[in-house]
Ligand binder design. Structure first.
Ligand SMILES: Cc1ncc(C[n+]2csc(CCOP(=O)(O)OP(=O)(O)O)c2C)c(N)n1
Length: 716
């Protein structure tokens, strides 16, 4: 047993020393300035106590080597009042100091076991209800708490999307799991408020509301005045945010005050269907986390002042002063709760953890190919189409479903920079096809949120280079949600991105970016990269079905330079037009062109027509090559790859992405891992940014290099 902490001894000493007050009817308001009754305050006190003892127990488990998470909620227990002001069906995206919120919300849902849930999280137990031992997060499907990652503010764009999605679902009659009159809660700390992701979310909420669109979202800043060791300048949050959204502020160490103001803020958002900002002033007790030595950066006087503001202590004092509890009763409740939490901790300490990699990874890559195939409906096109037309047609087909949304910068009125979404606004209307503000994090947040409201969102990122402005929304938010919720929450979405180099007459790095490394290592992510109209249409349908059936997060990399390409070998041959059929393309299945037995050219996107042209010139020299279009960069079509590699015994990977971190690294490795006996080489673009004008040719892979290398491989 470790030394009792000052927070513990201070509480007990202070409460024990209080004088007894005249007993008072607990059904009466606690004070003149509040409607909070003694009875209700006792319930909230109970939740605050639960949270406090969870923190203390987590430290003990940590000290014993069987607890793995010590970021606590002490000082933030006023957020119990927030849970009390909301309904248990209001979606909540919570700050990591939300223990009291969690316990209080659980009180409202029969059968909940909040103390055990949290302890199971701390011991990384496989039986923990949301992440199943993969992380300690506040999340619970039955409590409408969507689990968050540790990344500061990264949940806020999603919160905007959920609030938007609830309203849009109601307007379009789409089946949404959250009630029509929900309020979305998003809480965060006072240092987090400065994160550009947070600022983007506040801005996009204001942008939506400014256009008189509904957005029932309550931002809650839990301001303890410090972020790890860095102080927030006093008055900063008030000064910056009080003039922006409808603003509320309260001392969250004072239970009646925070209860009143939280209820006022929640009711305002619920009635007005507009965003608001609630600033809760509080303290941080027990440091940032168990490992944090606060005395290294805070004065003793400051720490003592915070102890005096301890919200749990303040509630106890109030209950004693107002005659609802005697000091001895307050102490008894405190100790009873300690014992209750200790029981939960004991149970959690013996609970099983995840046993192997397969169990850890089970939520990542659900795969139900038959169900996906059954979902796909398609009609064959009578027309020969370009890639852009093929995608446009497939989007139109998908939009026939009521739950599909298409949005992004310039996608609606203009129909996209390259015309890929042209005509969709006119046909399906502005509720389904719409322009967003210019912020990639907000665009993806809209997808993350609407995906939780019954939609299949299809956002567009205008250029691959700009994905990197918002990559964490895919990497840290979308792709992790299944993992941290065991698939209970899912992020169906297809992120379309205009990609790669070779644009004629329009150049420079940002419009010709060919870097895909930031996507390739994201577990569970589907990366589609079609080259032709027929594949594009079929693959888009497959992505839609995989998103719907399994909640897969899909990225669809569209080669800009092929959008309007019609010819393959000679001008006017129409060799790159194709008529989308109604066949189904499985996730991770390649397409082969030709049956040459000397060499397999393995490629994707722009590399496919380049390889086909190279193959036809190679044929004139007597080299018979087949061309394999991978079509999917993740999951890689490894079986197809191996089959065609075995047939020819020689593989040349034709990769327009960079030599380092590019697709060919994965392809060559897959071949070697499988024990390829033949020869494998690769040709790629250079490890460079793409320059403007003709200089681009110096760093982008070209057909001569493909041809030359192929000849070397066959003739030595
Ligand atoms: C994007 C990002 N950068 C850095 C961190 C590391 N980090 C974790 S908590 C934290 C401080 C957050 O302070 P605040 O928002 O005030 O919340 P508090 O811990 O005080 O409740 C930092 C910098 C992180 N989690 N995410």
């Amino acid at each position: 047993m470790s030394e009792p902490l000052p927070i513990d001894t201070h509480f007990l000493a202070t409460v024990s020393a209080l004088p007894e007050s005249e007993p008072r009817d607990p059904s009466l308001p606690l004070r003149e300035d509040t409607s909070l009754s003694g009875k209700r305050a006792l319930e909230l006190f109970d939740s605050q106590l639960g949270s406090r003892h969870l923190d203390l127990a987590a430290r003990q488990l940590g000290a014993a080597g069987i607890g793995y998470y010590t970021i606590g909620s002490s000082g933030h227990e006023g957020n119990a009042a927030l849970a009390a002001a909301l309904r248990p069906t209001d979606p909540a995206l919570l700050h990591y100091r939300s223990g009291a919120f969690y316990v209080e919300r659980a009180r409202q849902v029969a059968g909940s076991t909040p103390l055990l849930d949290v302890m199971l999280g701390v011991t990384a137990a496989a039986g923990e209800p949301i992440a199943g031992g993969r992380h300690k997060v506040f999340g619970n499907k039955a409590l409408s708490i969507i689990p968050q990652t540790s990344t500061i503010a990264s949940h806020l764009p999603r919160a905007v999307g959920v609030a938007f999605g609830i309203e849009r679902a109601a307007r379009l009659g789409v089946d949404c799991e959250w009630p029509r009159d929900s309020v979305v809660l998003a809480s965060f700390g006072d240092a987090s408020v400065n994160h550009s992701t947070a600022l983007g979310a506040f801005n996009s909420a204001r942008h939506v509301a400014y256009q008189k669109l509904k957005l029932p979202l309550l931002f809650v800043c839990e301001d303890n005045g410090i972020g790890i060791s860095v102080r927030t300048p006093p008055g900063w949050v008030d000064t910056v945010y009080s003039g922006q959204l409808r603003y509320f502020t309260a001392d969250a160490c004072d239970l009646p005050e925070v209860s009143e103001v939280a209820a006022e803020a929640v009711d305002w958002v619920r009635a007005n269907r507009a965003p608001a900002f609630l600033h809760l002033r509080m303290v941080r007790l027990l440091g940032h986390a168990g490992s944090d030595v606060e005395s290294a950066y805070r004065e003793p006087a400051e720490l003592e002042a915070d102890l005096r503001r301890d919200p749990v202590l303040r509630t106890a004092i109030l209950l004693v002063e107002r005659g609802v509890l005697t000091p001895a009763e307050a102490v008894r409740r405190y100790e009873d709760k300690r014992a209750e939490v200790a029981d939960a901790a004991d149970e959690a300490a013996g609970a099983e953890q995840l046993v192997d990699a397969a169990e850890v990874m089970a939520p990542l890559v659900p795969s139900r190919p038959a169900a996906i195939a059954a979902q796909v409906t398609a009609t064959a096109s009578p027309d020969q189409l370009t890639l852009a037309q093929g995608i446009n047609r497939a989007l139109g087909e998908l939009l026939e479903r009521d739950d599909v949304l298409v949005f992004g910068e310039d996608v609606a009125r203009k129909g996209g920079v390259y015309g890929v979404t042209r005509g969709l606004l006119k046909k399906f209307g502005p509720a389904r096809v719409f322009d967003t503000l210019l912020d990639e994090q907000s665009i993806l947040g809209m997808a993350l949120g609407t995906g939780l409201c019954g939609f299949l969102p299809i956002p567009e990122i205008q250029y691959l280079a700009y994905l990197h402005n918002a990559a964490d929304q895919i990497r840290g938010e979308a792709a992790t949600l299944r993992f941290f919720s065991q698939g209970q929450y899912r992020n169906p979405m297809i992120v379309r991105i205009a990609s790669y180099g070779y644009q004629k007459g329009f150049g420079g790095h940002f419009h010709n970016d060919n870097a895909v490394a930031a996507l390739r290592d994201i577990p569970g992510l589907v990366i589609a990269s079609p080259a032709r109209a027929d594949d594009a249409a079929a693959m888009l349908r497959t992505c839609a079905a995989a998103s719907t059936v399994d909640g897969r997060v899909c990225v669809f990399l569209e080669p800009i330079a092929l959008y309007h390409t019609r010819d393959l070998h000679t001008g006017g041959d129409g060799g790159w037009l194709a008529a989308p059929g109604d066949e189904h393309v499985h996730l991770g299945s390649a397409r082969v062109y030709g049956d040459g037995t000397d060499l397999t050219l393995v490629s994707f996107a722009n590399g496919v027509p380049m390889s086909l042209r190279a193959a036809s010139r190679l044929a004139e020299r007597g080299i018979r090559a087949r061309v394999l279009d991978l079509r999917w960069l993740a999951p890689l079509p490894v079986d197809d790859l191996l089959r065609h590699a075995d047939i020819t015994g020689r593989v040349l990977v034709v990769d327009e992405t960079r030599r380092t971190g590019g697709v060919s690294e994965g392809v060559v490795t897959a071949l070697l891992d499988a024990g390829l006996l033949g020869v494998v080489r690769r040709v790629t673009s250079e490890d460079s940014f793409i320059p403007l004008g003709k200089a681009a040719q110096h760093v982008l892979l070209n057909e001569q290099t493909i041809e030359r290398t192929a000849i070397e491989m066959v003739y030595g």
